[in-house]
Design a protein around this ligand. Structure first.
Ligand SMILES: [Zn+2]
Length: 405
Protein backbone atom coordinates (compact mmCIF):
# COMPACT_ATOMS: atom_id res chain seq x y z
CA UNK A 1 0.00 0.00 0.00
CA UNK A 2 1.50 3.37 -0.95
CA UNK A 3 1.75 5.91 1.86
CA UNK A 4 -0.87 8.58 1.02
CA UNK A 5 -0.43 10.80 4.08
CA UNK A 6 -0.29 14.54 3.38
CA UNK A 7 3.16 16.14 3.40
CA UNK A 8 3.89 18.18 6.51
CA UNK A 9 4.68 21.73 5.42
CA UNK A 10 7.66 22.79 7.51
CA UNK A 11 7.54 26.30 5.99
CA UNK A 12 4.18 26.90 7.71
CA UNK A 13 5.84 26.86 11.13
CA UNK A 14 9.16 28.38 10.07
CA UNK A 15 9.56 30.19 6.76
CA UNK A 16 13.24 30.78 7.61
CA UNK A 17 14.03 27.04 7.71
CA UNK A 18 16.57 26.26 4.98
CA UNK A 19 17.99 22.83 5.86
CA UNK A 20 15.90 19.85 6.90
CA UNK A 21 15.77 16.08 7.02
CA UNK A 22 12.75 14.03 5.98
CA UNK A 23 11.73 10.50 5.14
CA UNK A 24 11.08 9.45 1.55
CA UNK A 25 7.56 8.07 1.17
CA UNK A 26 7.29 7.76 -2.63
CA UNK A 27 9.59 7.92 -5.64
CA UNK A 28 8.48 7.90 -9.28
CA UNK A 29 9.82 9.13 -12.61
CA UNK A 30 8.39 11.96 -14.71
CA UNK A 31 7.76 11.57 -18.45
CA UNK A 32 11.09 13.29 -19.06
CA UNK A 33 12.93 10.78 -16.86
CA UNK A 34 13.41 13.02 -13.83
CA UNK A 35 12.91 11.64 -10.31
CA UNK A 36 9.72 12.81 -8.53
CA UNK A 37 10.12 12.48 -4.79
CA UNK A 38 7.44 12.76 -2.08
CA UNK A 39 8.60 13.26 1.51
CA UNK A 40 6.75 12.99 4.83
CA UNK A 41 7.73 16.65 5.49
CA UNK A 42 9.36 19.45 3.47
CA UNK A 43 10.61 23.01 3.69
CA UNK A 44 10.17 23.39 -0.09
CA UNK A 45 7.24 25.61 -1.09
CA UNK A 46 5.23 24.13 -3.99
CA UNK A 47 4.04 26.44 -6.78
CA UNK A 48 0.60 27.82 -5.93
CA UNK A 49 -1.43 30.73 -4.61
CA UNK A 50 0.42 33.17 -6.89
CA UNK A 51 3.86 32.22 -5.53
CA UNK A 52 6.43 30.23 -7.58
CA UNK A 53 8.02 27.01 -6.33
CA UNK A 54 11.22 26.94 -4.30
CA UNK A 55 14.41 25.58 -5.83
CA UNK A 56 17.30 24.01 -3.95
CA UNK A 57 18.96 20.64 -3.43
CA UNK A 58 17.49 17.32 -2.26
CA UNK A 59 19.72 14.28 -1.59
CA UNK A 60 22.54 16.16 -3.34
CA UNK A 61 20.56 16.71 -6.56
CA UNK A 62 19.14 20.08 -7.73
CA UNK A 63 15.38 20.51 -7.23
CA UNK A 64 13.97 22.11 -10.41
CA UNK A 65 10.26 22.17 -9.58
CA UNK A 66 7.92 21.52 -6.63
CA UNK A 67 4.25 20.77 -7.15
CA UNK A 68 1.40 19.75 -4.89
CA UNK A 69 -1.69 17.65 -5.43
CA UNK A 70 -4.10 16.38 -2.77
CA UNK A 71 -1.91 17.85 0.00
CA UNK A 72 1.08 15.80 -1.17
CA UNK A 73 4.15 17.75 -2.26
CA UNK A 74 6.29 16.35 -5.07
CA UNK A 75 9.90 17.45 -5.64
CA UNK A 76 11.13 17.16 -9.23
CA UNK A 77 14.89 16.57 -9.38
CA UNK A 78 17.21 17.57 -12.23
CA UNK A 79 18.96 14.21 -12.63
CA UNK A 80 18.32 10.55 -11.88
CA UNK A 81 19.49 9.51 -8.41
CA UNK A 82 19.27 6.42 -6.21
CA UNK A 83 16.64 7.31 -3.58
CA UNK A 84 14.83 4.55 -1.68
CA UNK A 85 11.45 4.76 0.00
CA UNK A 86 11.82 4.73 3.80
CA UNK A 87 15.28 6.33 3.85
CA UNK A 88 16.02 9.77 5.29
CA UNK A 89 17.29 12.48 2.94
CA UNK A 90 18.50 16.03 3.54
CA UNK A 91 17.14 19.03 1.70
CA UNK A 92 18.33 22.63 1.37
CA UNK A 93 16.25 25.36 -0.20
CA UNK A 94 17.72 28.13 -2.36
CA UNK A 95 17.47 30.84 0.30
CA UNK A 96 18.12 33.81 -1.97
CA UNK A 97 15.18 32.80 -4.19
CA UNK A 98 12.92 32.03 -1.22
CA UNK A 99 13.70 35.26 0.61
CA UNK A 100 12.98 37.22 -2.58
CA UNK A 101 9.58 35.50 -2.79
CA UNK A 102 8.93 36.26 0.90
CA UNK A 103 9.77 39.94 0.38
CA UNK A 104 7.54 40.25 -2.71
CA UNK A 105 4.70 38.26 -1.15
CA UNK A 106 4.63 40.14 2.16
CA UNK A 107 4.88 43.42 0.24
CA UNK A 108 1.88 42.31 -1.79
CA UNK A 109 -0.21 41.70 1.36
CA UNK A 110 0.77 45.13 2.66
CA UNK A 111 0.03 46.93 -0.62
CA UNK A 112 -3.26 45.07 -1.18
CA UNK A 113 -4.15 46.02 2.42
CA UNK A 114 -3.54 49.70 1.57
CA UNK A 115 -5.85 49.57 -1.48
CA UNK A 116 -8.50 47.93 0.67
CA UNK A 117 -8.16 50.32 3.62
CA UNK A 118 -7.75 53.60 1.72
CA UNK A 119 -10.23 53.08 -1.12
CA UNK A 120 -12.12 49.87 -0.35
CA UNK A 121 -10.71 48.30 -3.51
CA UNK A 122 -10.32 44.55 -3.49
CA UNK A 123 -7.34 42.66 -4.93
CA UNK A 124 -8.77 40.16 -7.42
CA UNK A 125 -5.51 38.54 -8.54
CA UNK A 126 -1.77 38.67 -7.96
CA UNK A 127 1.25 37.28 -9.75
CA UNK A 128 4.84 36.94 -8.61
CA UNK A 129 6.87 36.85 -11.83
CA UNK A 130 10.57 36.44 -12.51
CA UNK A 131 11.01 40.19 -13.06
CA UNK A 132 7.88 41.91 -11.81
CA UNK A 133 5.03 41.50 -9.35
CA UNK A 134 1.45 42.50 -10.18
CA UNK A 135 -1.85 42.87 -8.38
CA UNK A 136 -5.18 43.44 -10.09
CA UNK A 137 -7.38 45.92 -8.23
CA UNK A 138 -11.16 46.08 -8.65
CA UNK A 139 -11.12 49.80 -9.51
CA UNK A 140 -10.50 51.43 -12.90
CA UNK A 141 -9.04 54.83 -13.76
CA UNK A 142 -6.63 55.24 -10.84
CA UNK A 143 -4.47 58.35 -11.07
CA UNK A 144 -0.72 58.23 -10.50
CA UNK A 145 -1.20 60.47 -7.45
CA UNK A 146 -3.78 58.13 -5.93
CA UNK A 147 -1.47 55.16 -6.39
CA UNK A 148 1.51 57.11 -5.01
CA UNK A 149 -0.48 57.95 -1.88
CA UNK A 150 -1.40 54.29 -1.41
CA UNK A 151 2.21 53.22 -1.95
CA UNK A 152 3.36 55.68 0.74
CA UNK A 153 0.76 54.30 3.19
CA UNK A 154 1.96 50.73 2.48
CA UNK A 155 5.62 51.76 2.88
CA UNK A 156 4.83 53.37 6.23
CA UNK A 157 3.65 49.95 7.41
CA UNK A 158 6.98 48.54 6.16
CA UNK A 159 8.95 51.18 8.12
CA UNK A 160 6.93 50.53 11.29
CA UNK A 161 8.35 46.96 11.15
CA UNK A 162 5.13 45.34 12.38
CA UNK A 163 5.08 41.57 13.02
CA UNK A 164 3.80 39.26 10.29
CA UNK A 165 2.17 36.21 11.81
CA UNK A 166 0.30 33.13 10.65
CA UNK A 167 -2.38 31.43 12.79
CA UNK A 168 -4.77 28.61 12.12
CA UNK A 169 -8.47 29.11 12.85
CA UNK A 170 -11.57 26.95 12.79
CA UNK A 171 -14.49 28.25 10.68
CA UNK A 172 -16.26 29.25 13.94
CA UNK A 173 -13.27 31.23 15.23
CA UNK A 174 -13.02 32.87 11.81
CA UNK A 175 -16.46 34.43 12.17
CA UNK A 176 -15.17 36.88 14.78
CA UNK A 177 -12.24 37.93 12.57
CA UNK A 178 -12.42 40.57 9.84
CA UNK A 179 -10.53 39.33 6.78
CA UNK A 180 -9.73 41.52 3.76
CA UNK A 181 -11.29 38.84 1.60
CA UNK A 182 -13.49 35.86 2.47
CA UNK A 183 -12.22 32.36 1.86
CA UNK A 184 -13.93 29.53 0.02
CA UNK A 185 -11.85 26.88 1.76
CA UNK A 186 -13.47 24.65 4.35
CA UNK A 187 -11.92 23.24 7.50
CA UNK A 188 -8.99 24.88 9.25
CA UNK A 189 -7.89 28.18 7.73
CA UNK A 190 -4.40 29.66 7.92
CA UNK A 191 -4.69 33.41 8.36
CA UNK A 192 -1.72 35.71 7.73
CA UNK A 193 -1.73 39.02 9.60
CA UNK A 194 0.42 42.06 8.83
CA UNK A 195 0.13 43.59 12.32
CA UNK A 196 -3.36 45.08 12.53
CA UNK A 197 -3.03 46.43 8.97
CA UNK A 198 -4.09 43.41 6.93
CA UNK A 199 -5.50 39.96 7.57
CA UNK A 200 -6.25 37.32 4.93
CA UNK A 201 -6.25 33.55 4.43
CA UNK A 202 -2.94 32.52 2.79
CA UNK A 203 -0.75 29.42 2.49
CA UNK A 204 2.39 31.17 1.22
CA UNK A 205 5.69 32.12 2.81
CA UNK A 206 6.21 35.55 4.39
CA UNK A 207 8.88 37.44 6.29
CA UNK A 208 8.42 37.63 10.08
CA UNK A 209 8.16 41.43 10.26
CA UNK A 210 7.44 44.05 7.60
CA UNK A 211 10.83 45.77 7.96
CA UNK A 212 12.36 42.84 6.05
CA UNK A 213 10.38 43.86 2.96
CA UNK A 214 12.58 46.96 2.81
CA UNK A 215 10.47 49.00 0.40
CA UNK A 216 7.62 48.76 -2.08
CA UNK A 217 8.11 50.62 -5.36
CA UNK A 218 5.39 51.07 -7.98
CA UNK A 219 6.47 50.63 -11.60
CA UNK A 220 3.26 50.96 -13.64
CA UNK A 221 -0.49 51.41 -13.35
CA UNK A 222 -2.65 50.17 -16.24
CA UNK A 223 -6.41 50.18 -16.56
CA UNK A 224 -7.75 46.83 -17.75
CA UNK A 225 -11.48 46.97 -18.31
CA UNK A 226 -13.08 47.65 -14.93
CA UNK A 227 -9.84 46.90 -13.09
CA UNK A 228 -6.35 48.28 -12.64
CA UNK A 229 -3.13 46.30 -12.83
CA UNK A 230 -0.44 47.59 -10.48
CA UNK A 231 3.10 46.45 -11.27
CA UNK A 232 5.51 46.80 -8.35
CA UNK A 233 8.76 45.57 -6.84
CA UNK A 234 9.77 44.96 -3.23
CA UNK A 235 13.02 44.67 -1.30
CA UNK A 236 16.12 43.73 -3.28
CA UNK A 237 14.19 43.95 -6.56
CA UNK A 238 13.17 47.55 -5.82
CA UNK A 239 16.77 48.46 -4.93
CA UNK A 240 18.10 46.81 -8.09
CA UNK A 241 15.51 48.67 -10.16
CA UNK A 242 16.52 51.94 -8.51
CA UNK A 243 20.20 51.32 -9.30
CA UNK A 244 19.63 50.36 -12.92
CA UNK A 245 17.39 53.34 -13.62
CA UNK A 246 19.66 55.75 -11.76
CA UNK A 247 22.72 54.64 -13.75
CA UNK A 248 20.72 54.85 -16.96
CA UNK A 249 19.64 58.41 -16.15
CA UNK A 250 23.22 59.32 -15.13
CA UNK A 251 24.41 58.03 -18.49
CA UNK A 252 21.77 60.07 -20.36
CA UNK A 253 22.68 63.20 -18.38
CA UNK A 254 26.36 62.73 -19.27
CA UNK A 255 25.63 62.11 -22.96
CA UNK A 256 23.14 64.94 -23.41
CA UNK A 257 25.02 67.31 -21.09
CA UNK A 258 21.87 68.55 -19.35
CA UNK A 259 20.88 68.36 -15.67
CA UNK A 260 18.23 65.79 -14.72
CA UNK A 261 15.63 68.52 -14.27
CA UNK A 262 15.98 69.42 -17.99
CA UNK A 263 16.10 65.87 -19.30
CA UNK A 264 12.44 65.56 -20.26
CA UNK A 265 12.27 68.99 -21.96
CA UNK A 266 15.56 68.27 -23.73
CA UNK A 267 14.28 64.97 -25.16
CA UNK A 268 11.12 66.76 -26.31
CA UNK A 269 13.26 69.36 -28.10
CA UNK A 270 15.35 66.61 -29.73
CA UNK A 271 12.19 64.86 -30.94
CA UNK A 272 10.90 68.14 -32.36
CA UNK A 273 14.20 68.81 -34.12
CA UNK A 274 14.30 65.29 -35.53
CA UNK A 275 10.79 65.65 -36.87
CA UNK A 276 11.64 69.01 -38.52
CA UNK A 277 14.88 67.62 -39.97
CA UNK A 278 13.04 64.64 -41.42
CA UNK A 279 10.51 66.96 -42.97
CA UNK A 280 13.24 69.20 -44.47
CA UNK A 281 15.13 66.18 -45.76
CA UNK A 282 12.00 64.85 -47.43
CA UNK A 283 11.39 68.24 -49.10
CA UNK A 284 15.04 68.39 -50.28
CA UNK A 285 14.81 64.84 -51.68
CA UNK A 286 11.67 65.76 -53.57
CA UNK A 287 13.36 68.88 -54.99
CA UNK A 288 16.32 66.79 -56.09
CA UNK A 289 14.03 64.31 -57.85
CA UNK A 290 12.29 67.21 -59.60
CA UNK A 291 15.65 68.37 -60.99
CA UNK A 292 16.55 64.82 -61.96
CA UNK A 293 13.22 64.46 -63.79
CA UNK A 294 13.93 67.70 -65.72
CA UNK A 295 17.40 66.42 -66.56
CA UNK A 296 16.10 63.07 -67.77
CA UNK A 297 13.51 64.82 -69.95
CA UNK A 298 16.33 66.60 -71.80
CA UNK A 299 17.89 63.20 -72.48
CA UNK A 300 14.71 61.54 -73.86
CA UNK A 301 15.57 58.66 -76.23
CA UNK A 302 12.54 59.09 -78.50
CA UNK A 303 9.25 60.85 -79.04
CA UNK A 304 5.88 59.10 -79.02
CA UNK A 305 3.72 61.75 -80.62
CA UNK A 306 4.07 64.84 -78.43
CA UNK A 307 5.51 62.82 -75.49
CA UNK A 308 9.25 62.43 -74.94
CA UNK A 309 10.02 58.84 -73.87
CA UNK A 310 12.58 58.05 -71.17
CA UNK A 311 13.44 54.38 -70.74
CA UNK A 312 16.25 54.14 -68.18
CA UNK A 313 17.77 51.95 -65.57
CA UNK A 314 18.55 53.99 -62.42
CA UNK A 315 20.09 51.72 -59.80
CA UNK A 316 20.75 54.54 -57.37
CA UNK A 317 17.05 54.79 -56.48
CA UNK A 318 14.73 52.69 -54.36
CA UNK A 319 11.18 51.81 -55.42
CA UNK A 320 9.64 54.90 -53.77
CA UNK A 321 12.10 57.34 -55.34
CA UNK A 322 11.68 55.62 -58.71
CA UNK A 323 7.93 56.16 -58.49
CA UNK A 324 8.28 59.83 -57.52
CA UNK A 325 10.71 60.35 -60.39
CA UNK A 326 8.36 58.66 -62.89
CA UNK A 327 5.46 60.79 -61.63
CA UNK A 328 7.54 63.96 -62.01
CA UNK A 329 8.44 63.03 -65.60
CA UNK A 330 4.78 62.32 -66.40
CA UNK A 331 3.70 65.58 -64.74
CA UNK A 332 6.11 67.37 -67.08
CA UNK A 333 4.61 65.68 -70.16
CA UNK A 334 6.99 62.74 -70.58
CA UNK A 335 6.57 58.97 -70.57
CA UNK A 336 8.78 57.33 -67.95
CA UNK A 337 9.79 53.67 -68.21
CA UNK A 338 12.15 53.30 -65.27
CA UNK A 339 13.89 50.29 -63.77
CA UNK A 340 16.31 49.67 -60.92
CA UNK A 341 17.87 46.87 -58.93
CA UNK A 342 17.50 47.61 -55.22
CA UNK A 343 18.75 45.04 -52.77
CA UNK A 344 17.99 41.68 -54.34
CA UNK A 345 14.99 42.92 -56.29
CA UNK A 346 14.35 44.31 -59.77
CA UNK A 347 11.91 47.23 -59.83
CA UNK A 348 9.86 48.66 -62.69
CA UNK A 349 7.83 51.89 -62.66
CA UNK A 350 5.98 53.11 -65.75
CA UNK A 351 4.16 56.46 -65.90
CA UNK A 352 2.64 58.67 -68.58
CA UNK A 353 0.62 61.91 -68.65
CA UNK A 354 -3.09 61.44 -67.86
CA UNK A 355 -4.19 62.39 -71.38
CA UNK A 356 -1.66 60.11 -73.17
CA UNK A 357 -3.25 57.22 -75.12
CA UNK A 358 -1.24 54.48 -73.38
CA UNK A 359 -2.04 51.96 -70.70
CA UNK A 360 0.95 51.55 -68.37
CA UNK A 361 -0.74 48.70 -66.45
CA UNK A 362 -1.04 46.64 -69.65
CA UNK A 363 2.56 47.36 -70.66
CA UNK A 364 3.76 46.44 -67.15
CA UNK A 365 1.81 43.19 -67.26
CA UNK A 366 3.57 42.25 -70.51
CA UNK A 367 7.04 42.92 -69.06
CA UNK A 368 6.69 41.56 -65.50
CA UNK A 369 7.36 37.90 -66.53
CA UNK A 370 10.89 38.95 -67.57
CA UNK A 371 11.73 39.82 -63.97
CA UNK A 372 9.56 37.08 -62.36
CA UNK A 373 7.65 40.00 -60.96
CA UNK A 374 4.36 40.97 -59.43
CA UNK A 375 2.68 44.32 -59.55
CA UNK A 376 -0.04 46.44 -61.08
CA UNK A 377 -1.47 49.91 -61.29
CA UNK A 378 -3.58 52.21 -63.40
CA UNK A 379 -3.51 53.52 -66.91
CA UNK A 380 -1.09 56.34 -66.12
CA UNK A 381 1.00 54.74 -63.34
CA UNK A 382 2.02 51.11 -62.81
CA UNK A 383 4.68 49.54 -60.62
CA UNK A 384 6.09 46.06 -60.01
CA UNK A 385 9.04 44.15 -58.60
CA UNK A 386 10.57 40.69 -58.87
CA UNK A 387 13.55 38.50 -58.15
CA UNK A 388 14.64 38.11 -61.80
CA UNK A 389 17.49 40.59 -62.25
CA UNK A 390 19.09 39.31 -65.48
CA UNK A 391 16.46 40.50 -67.94
CA UNK A 392 15.65 43.90 -66.43
CA UNK A 393 17.12 45.78 -69.43
CA UNK A 394 15.16 43.56 -71.78
CA UNK A 395 11.99 44.37 -69.80
CA UNK A 396 12.68 48.10 -70.27
CA UNK A 397 13.30 47.52 -74.01
CA UNK A 398 10.04 45.68 -74.36
CA UNK A 399 8.17 48.53 -72.63
CA UNK A 400 9.97 51.07 -74.85
CA UNK A 401 8.96 49.18 -78.00
CA UNK A 402 5.36 48.92 -76.79
CA UNK A 403 5.21 52.72 -76.46
CA UNK A 404 7.12 53.55 -79.65
CA UNK A 405 5.22 50.82 -81.56
ZN1 LIG B 1 0.51 35.38 1.61
Amino acid sequence: MPDMRPTKRLYFDDANLCDFEARVIAVSTTQTGQPAVVLDATAFYPEGGGQPADYGVLAGVPVVDVQEADDRITHILADPVEIKVGTTVTGTIDWRRRFDHMQQHTGQHTLSGAFWRLMGAETTAWHLGVDEVTIDIARAGLSDDQVREIAIAANEVIWQDVPVTADVYTPEQLESLTLRKGTERSGLIRVVSVGDWDRIGCGGTHVTSTGQVGAIGIRRVETRGMQSRITFLCGARALDDFHRKTFLVNDLIARLKVPMSDLEAHVERLQQQLSETRHDLEAARLKLLEYEAQDLLTQAQAQAGPYPVIARRLNSHDANELRTLAQQIAANGGIALLGAVTGEKAQLVFACPKDAPYDMATILKATLPLIDGKGGGQKNLAQGGGAGLALLDEALNRAFNAVIG
